[in-house]
Design a protein around this ligand. Structure first.
Ligand SMILES: Cc1cc2nc3c(=O)[nH]c(=O)nc-3n(C[C@H](O)[C@H](O)[C@H](O)COP(=O)(O)OP(=O)(O)OC[C@H]3O[C@@H](n4cnc5c(N)ncnc54)[C@H](O)[C@@H]3O)c2cc1C
Length: 459
């Protein structure tokens, strides 16, 4: 233990805390006792100034802002702080439509300052580590924040570096991704420039946020090629690490009709492992029906990549994580399994729902209610049913609106005569283009809880 501690403190100047903690953990040692010194580059922190708030929320994304707003809607006097280093809050569900030439990217970004609800303290810093037994968080730079109740929602990490060569070529050589704000417009540019050739759309292993987004990008591109007459000169291939087109079978027939109409080749069990941008070659690890793996190189003219997605490093190595690195919460109450004054929601939670903003919209009121119940300010226990939604943009003007709860149980928001989610629908497109953005900015982020009132468990 002593040697590992000395090694950890010596490495603190050159390696990140998660790297050090992960290596020590692998060797069987817990660096919990020296986390603050590691963050402080190996030195004992002298300045032990602490700030304290009744409720602290990590992350001012979809889940964090919605939770703060839902809390304030119930009790405007609450002492809440949001910790987030970002200057900008993004409406990520809009990026598919940016990549499809429908939205202007700027409409999906608001300043964080304008997004954080009035009355909430904003601590503009990144959380580096947890000390749950002391109800404390350590920020980068070693400041300490104490809490009575903690909400953890820093989203997930897009692991671009897991694919060899990708970072060097992203945004160049025909390689793009709607998963980045600054690259979604590049997708649309590439689509319009491509008159013939080979377009590959990739999907990594689950879990990822918005599991439908990899194919949404593909359908909107194919639709544009159909409109401008290029489709017959472009070979489209969907290379997915998974074994099915979509996780909930009821939506697959409608999607397959589009796959056939656009002439898309489906290649399952194909995981992107390397990209040679200048050479325009993508390499996949392909698992055959017999389980045998081989590397296959595919030339491309356009490559739309969705990267593998993992829990953020500081979460993965923390005492809050499960074996896979996600925050370990009860899937109904969203309360941490070991620390009753900690909650998690959004992409970082280990709940088996579809990681979507739609899920966060339903989760935030549940966390708000349960947290206030724990403070003696509300009655009963609210339950999250696993709702998530994925509007699959199959063509410009039509959407297959997947809505489901835990276990892939269909959970349509509208009666079937009005909107059948398993069929392509113009109304669903209208919802995505016109209704959902204001529902997000003016409803969900303002604590209005439209279509999201929490259900209480039977007492
Ligand atoms: C291309 C694309 C299409 C999508 N389409 C849809 C869709 O159609 N429908 C849908 O419902 N969802 C969709 N999503 C998914 C949706 O955007 C996410 O599920 C949602 O944003 C998750 O919310 P979150 O608050 O958990 O994470 P985020 O919104 O990502 O926010 C996380 C926040 O945490 C902050 N943070 C990170 N690390 C730290 C730290 N160490 N300390 C403090 N703060 C930190 C970040 O700065 C960020 O502000 C899509 C996503 C993408 C990328």
């Amino acid at each position: 233990m002593r040697s590992t501690t000395m090694w950890a403190l010596a490495e603190a100047r050159s390696k990140s805390l998660p790297e050090i903690v992960a290596v020590a953990q692998k060797a069987g040692y817990d660096m919990k006792g020296v986390v603050r010194r590691i963050i402080n580059q190996g030195r004992t922190p002298l300045d032990d100034v602490e700030v304290a708030h009744a409720i602290v929320i990590i992350g001012g994304g979809a889940a964090g802002i919605a939770t703060a707003a839902s809390l304030l809607a119930r009790d405007p006097e609450l002492d809440i702080a949001i910790i987030d280093p970002a200057d900008v809050h993004y409406y990520q569900p809009g990026w598919t439509l940016v990549g499809g030439g429908v939205f202007d990217a700027a409409t999906t970004a608001h300043t964080m300052a304008a997004t954080i609800p009035r009355g909430v303290h904003w601590i503009k810093a990144a959380v580096a580590a947890f000390e749950p037994e002391r109800n404390a968080l350590i920020l980068d730079g070693c400041r300490v924040v104490k809490y009575q109740q903690l909400v953890v929602c820093p989203g997930l990490k897009l692991d671009w570096h897991a694919i060899e060569g990708l970072s060097d070529t992203l945004g160049r050589n025909g390689v793009t991704s709607n998963y980045l704000y600054h690259l979604a417009p590049y997708t649309w540019k590439l689509v319009n420039e491509l008159g013939r050739g080979r377009a590959i759309f990739t999907q990594p292993p689950m879990p990822i946020k918005c599991a439908g987004a990899p194919q949404k990008a593909m359908y909107l591109s194919a639709d544009q090629w159909k409109r401008n007459g290029a489709l017959e000169h472009i070979d489209i291939e969907f290379c997915s690490a998974g074994a099915a087109l979509f996780g909930v079978a009821d939506y697959v027939p409608a999607l397959m009709e589009y796959v056939q109409n656009y002439g898309i080749q489906l290649s399952f069990g194909n995981t992107l492992v390397r990209v040679d941008g200048p050479g325009k070659i993508a390499t996949f690890r392909c698992t055959g029906a017999n389980g045998v793996e081989q590397l296959v190189e595919r030339p491309f003219d356009l490559l739309h990549v969705v990267p593998p997605q993992v829990a953020p490093d500081f979460i993965r190595v923390s005492p809050l994580a499960d074996a896979a690195g996600w925050v370990n919460v009860d899937q109904a109450t969203l309360r941490h399994k070991n620390w009753p004054n900690i909650y998690a929601l959004g992409d970082v939670a280990n709940t088996p729902n579809a990681k979507t903003a739609a899920a966060a919209r339903k989760q935030a009121p549940v966390v708000a209610h349960n947290l206030l119940a724990a403070m003696g300010k509300a009655e009963g226990s609210a339950q999250y049913d696993g709702y998530g939604s994925c509007p699959l943009t199959v063509e410009r003007g039509k959407i297959v609106l997947a809505e489901f709860t835990y276990g892939g149980k269909l959970a349509p928001s509208f009666p079937r005569w009005l909107l059948d989610g398993t069929r392509p629908s113009r109304l669903a497109w209208l919802l995505k283009e016109r209704i959902l953005p204001p529902l997000y900015w003016k409803g969900m982020l303002k604590g209005r809880e439209w279509l999201a009132k929490p259900e209480l468990a039977d007492q």
